[in-house]
Design a protein around this ligand. Structure first.
Ligand code: GLP
Length: 240
């Protein structure tokens, strides 16, 4: 794993955006794997600026998002569908038909998972995946467990994740208790992965990412077996 240590959130976001810009320069029809949460918002802002400046073009890009709450209405202000539109899609020249997010409104969630995984495979897999990391080391909604799922699946959210994400909702009781997420094998099949970590609350997860152990109790540690992962983090996240 390559580590890029940054002074602060802004530098982390700029470095990550530069990697995405380089990817689109090299392969304009890239398949991008996208993440939600507060961490990648700065990177998305910089990508919007680069798009406005004519430095990058999203017209041929396809995207797959890691996850979505379940169940949740797409027009809920906290759905990842809304998040992606507000933080990236509605500001760049992407064809919205080329963007895929697990459907939190699906009546048959198992069927939705199978179809999502099939679409990913048919697209030929993700070229560049961005990940955030949960305080407990989750990626997507792959929560710490004895066994992790390989492919897109419905999952329960841990108390740690529900509490961490409660800041976006009116109350902790409004946070959905389930999600649909790509599995560990779906994520690991990306050709290149950039994982972002910012702030003190991520320091334990980053420490686990940088020791030489792999454990399903910190799902992100499985990334150590991937040949092309870049961790971009700020000093606070790197503290330990
Ligand atoms: C959520 C998302 C993850 C994200 C994580 C960290 O639970 N499902 O994809 O990485 O939270 O979020 P944040 O960046 O807000 O700390």
């Amino acid at each position: 794993m390559k580590v890029i240590l940054c002074e602060n959130y802004d530098e982390m976001s700029a470095k990550a955006a530069n990697i995405f810009a380089a990817q689109l320069t090299l392969k304009p029809d890239s398949i991008l794997g996208l993440a939600t949460g507060s961490t990648p918002v700065g990177m998305y802002k910089k990508l919007i600026e680069k798009n406005e400046a004519g430095e990058i073009d999203f017209s041929a890009v396809r995207t797959f998002n890691l996850d979505e709450y379940y169940p949740i209405k797409r027009d809920n202000s906290q759905s990842y569908f809304t998040f992606m539109n507000e933080n990236l899609f509605s500001h760049v020249n992407i064809d919205i038909n080329n963007t895929c997010i697990p459907n939190g409104e699906a009546e048959d969630a198992e069927k939705e998972c199978k179809e999502y995984e099939k679409m990913l495979a048919e697209a030929g897999g993700v070229d560049l995946q961005v990940l955030g990391i949960g305080q407990n080391g989750h990626i997507g909604f792959n929560e710490p467990d004895e066994k992790l799922e390989s492919y897109t699946h419905v999952t329960g959210l841990t108390e740690s994740t529900i509490n961490a994400n409660a800041r976006f909702f009116d109350s902790v009781n409004d946070v959905p208790t389930k999600g649909i997420t790509m599995g560990m094998a779906s994520i690991m099949s990306a050709k290149k992965i950039v994982i972002l970590a910012s702030g003190e609350s991520k320091k334990d997860a980053v420490k686990a990412l940088l020791d030489d152990k792999i454990t399903t109790s910190v799902p992100a540690t499985l990334l150590k077996t991937h040949p092309d992962v870049i961790l971009i983090c700020d000093k606070e996240a790197y503290a330990l």
